[in-house]
Design a protein around this ligand. Structure first.
Ligand code: GTP
Ligand code: IMP
Ligand code: MG
Length: 370
């Protein structure tokens, strides 16, 4: 039985949370393979917004088991707080298991993150959650595994212990029983520690290959790879952003798309869809199909740009297509979209080189074009 992967093709915040929630209906296990509480996934269900940092986004599918893989770094305080929040909503958190091989983010990592940011000539704009220092400690072989933490006498250790499993045995046991597993990425391809816009990246492997190392499975176990891309681009924090709009159109995207960080509240930088970055992600991740999100945000723009090539000195080539005025949140089939919106989607599909199999047109669960 194979593992399918859903990951971000841009700089994170593509809307992976709601896309995972949708696909999760067909899977028995939803597994996070990297990152920590730097991630912030928002799910909107019946008008209510639920923000998740560590728990996989499949948690609102009552049948699914949830797994936090060895590739993750876990802040026990955040995780236990998230469990309390979910339990208060009536969500069963007993289904959440944490790999013994994940590493622990400690208060000293959070302090070090803030200190290192302050010391840098150009700050990275991290989420300040201690992610970099925790991964650095792992690589330096001085980190603390979840297993070791649970053997300690910290009060949180006791509460976390019932959730901790031998991660390799847990996952392979299910795969051997034919249970379908969905691997959920955090952040996005352009924030990958190796293949992203280094050094303006996070400290984990966010690409499809990260699902293998982060879950402890071989490359042949990976089935489909679904790349989530927003219909425009955003980036939170510093670093290269070739399609960035520092004008009224960028402002429009930020306002219409509510582009403010889930974790930090920072305004996100906004820009046109970057087809160069999309093609890069298709290569690096082996994307089979794209879920295109937030198409509704573009309604009302006179023209819509797509960056098609990078030139010298940060210059980019941008082509423009006609916008549309209609609101599209009610559309459920491609034929219900205005012609200009369909042309835009077709153009992106052609430039990316892989099919778009799902389009989201609003934050609510059912606001999807299939
Ligand atoms: P990261 O792990 O932080 O990268 O998170 P993410 O990819 O899950 O995305 P995040 O939840 O941070 O941001 C997506 C935001 O867009 C959320 O507030 C969603 O409710 C919202 N959203 C998702 N899909 C749509 C859509 O189709 N239309 C609109 N208007 N909003 C959407
Ligand atoms: P860190 O992961 O907190 O170290 O942050 C490193 C970079 O990744 C910063 O630019 C952050 O803004 C960005 N980043 C980390 N997590 C996310 C996320 O979930 N969504 C978007 N950007 C993120
Ligand atoms: Mg987010």
């Amino acid at each position: 039985m194979s593992i399918d992967v859903i990951l971000g093709m841009q700089w994170g915040d593509e809307g992976k949370g709601r896309v995972v929630d949708f696909y999760a209906r067909e899977y028995g296990v939803v597994a996070r393979f990297g990152g920590g509480d730097n991630a912030g996934h928002s799910l909107v269900v019946a008008g209510r917004t639920i923000a998740l940092r560590l728990t996989p986004s499949g948690v609102l599918q009552p049948h699914a088991e949830l797994f936090i893989g060895g590739g993750c770094v876990v802040n026990p305080w955040t995780l236990l707080e998230e469990f309390r929040m979910l339990a208060a909503l009536g969500v069963d958190v007993e289904r959440v298991s944490v790999s013994d091989r994940a590493h622990v983010v400690l208060p000293q990592h959070v302090d070090a993150d803030k200190r290192r940011e302050a010391d840098r000539e150009q700050a990275l704009g991290t989420t300040g959650r201690g992610i970099g220092p925790a991964y650095a400690d792992r690589a330096s072989r001085v980190g603390l595994t979840v297993r070791e933490f649970c053997e300690s006498d910290a009060p949180e250790a006791q509460r976390l212990r019932p959730h901790v499993v031998d991660g390799v045995a847990y996952l392979h046991d299910r795969l051997e029983r034919g249970v379908r597993v969905l691997a959920e990425g955090a952040q996005g391809t352009m924030l990958d520690v190796v293949y992203g816009t280094y050094p303006f990246v996070t400290s984990s492997s966010t690409i499809a290959g990260g699902a293998c190392t982060g879950l402890g499975v071989g490359p042949k176990s990976i089935g489909r790879v679904i790349g989530v891309a927003k219909a425009y681009c955003t980036r939170v924090g510093s670093g290269p952003f070739p399609s960035e709009l520092d004008n009224r159109e960028g402002e429009y995207l930020r306002e219409q798309g509510h582009e403010f960080g889930t974790v930090t509240g920072r305004p996100r930088r906004c820009g046109w869809f970057d087809a160069v970055a999309a093609r890069y992600a298709v290569r690096v991740d082996g994307v089979d199909a794209i879920a295109l999100t937030k198409l509704d945000v573009l309604s009302g723009l006179e023209r819509i740009g797509i960056v098609t090539a990078y030139g010298a000195d940060g210059a980019v080539e941008t082509e423009y297509v006609d916008g549309w005025r209609e609101q599209i949140r009610g559309a459920r089939r491609i034929t219900e979209l205005p012609q200009a919106a369909r042309s835009y989607v077709e153009r992106i599909q052609r430039l990316a080189g892989v099919p778009i199999e799902l389009i989201s047109v609003g934050p609510e669960r059912e606001e999807l074009v299939r």
